[in-house]
Design a protein. Sequence first.
Length: 417
Amino acid sequence: HTLQVYAFFFLSEYSLQGEYQRKLYKELMESYNRLERPVLNDSAPIVVELGLTLLQIIDVDEKNQVLITNAWLQLGWTDIYLSWNPDNYPGVQTLRFPSNQIWTPDILLYNRYWTHSYIYIILFAWSILKSTCYIDVRWFPFDIQKCDLKFGSWTHNGWLLDLQMQAVDISTYIPNGEWDLVGVPGKRNELYYECCKEPYPDVTFTVTMRRRTLYYGLNLLIPCVLISGLALLVFLLPADSGEKISLGITVLLSLTVFMLLVAEIMPATSDSVPLIAQYFASTMMIVGLSVVVTVLILQFHHHDPQGGKMPRWVSENSNVSFSKLQIGEKICSFQKGVFAMMPDKNNLGFPKEPFSENFIKCQCPYYYAISNIAFDAVCNLAVFSLPKERIDSEQLKRVVSNLSLTSVYISDMRCTW
């Protein structure tokens, strides 16, 4: 019997509460205007508190620069027109109203990514937020992105609606496979425009994310470095091998494919070029030059000696550039051998010091001709007679050998011997 009595009082209380709720709801809605701000003084602003619960980062679209998140919005304010005396309505502590029957602040996401040409304003307690976000891809894939979620009133200024910020709740956040959530700091701002003297408050939550690099490191960075290293092997292959050109072109095409993969991910903007794209471009240029150099090497290697003659200007410049140094070295070597056997400088008919200076000048590659004194000295030394007691057979052989080589070099330069 005791249990039946308790059950009777419990059910009767809830039945009376339901009756009082219906009565209270009817009385409140009779004179309620959902278009009127619920304030006693029309000149006073209504305070609205905005909070955010971030549930998940669904996607970061780098190409379109869009952030898609799953979040809860908490809006709290005091409606003076929805108040009652609890003594007159026993057991009624809370009431629930549909959002289309009461006044609600027109809070919306300012930087929302609109997919239609028209604008509609509606308040969601839970929503998929699709916001614009500037993506800086310079340090891809080691980048950190910061995307703003800017909330504010669309029709009310700061004198009518005072928007305040609450702390962000990330306790129920679901991790993303590509991005790590660093934090979601918030800030309240007040902006003034030239057209109006009223302030326009907004609450901005900055979603800070760090990209996970494991996927891109294994599938993009490591293959690129290995392929770039293969370009060096082109120069290690022998010239007779037919794979030098094939290897260079294969490496070049592989780098082109990886660069296309990066271009598909990155936004088509010139504000910031990814460093990895710059690396691919520079590596492709180097590999391309290596292919050109390899072609030239193979051309010289397989060149027919009986083929076409070298152009006259190339032949003359090459002879002058390479022969002037060789002639100087041979003549100066010849000079040292002759001076070792020279009996007396007066018997030669020219001073020894100027003779030595002119031959030293032959070693300098900036002199394109040997002085006349040096040539006369060579001719005179070729015909003068040395005393027998000073003649050494080995020295004489070196003198004759150097003199013969000198005559050959001078003949190649079309000089008169």
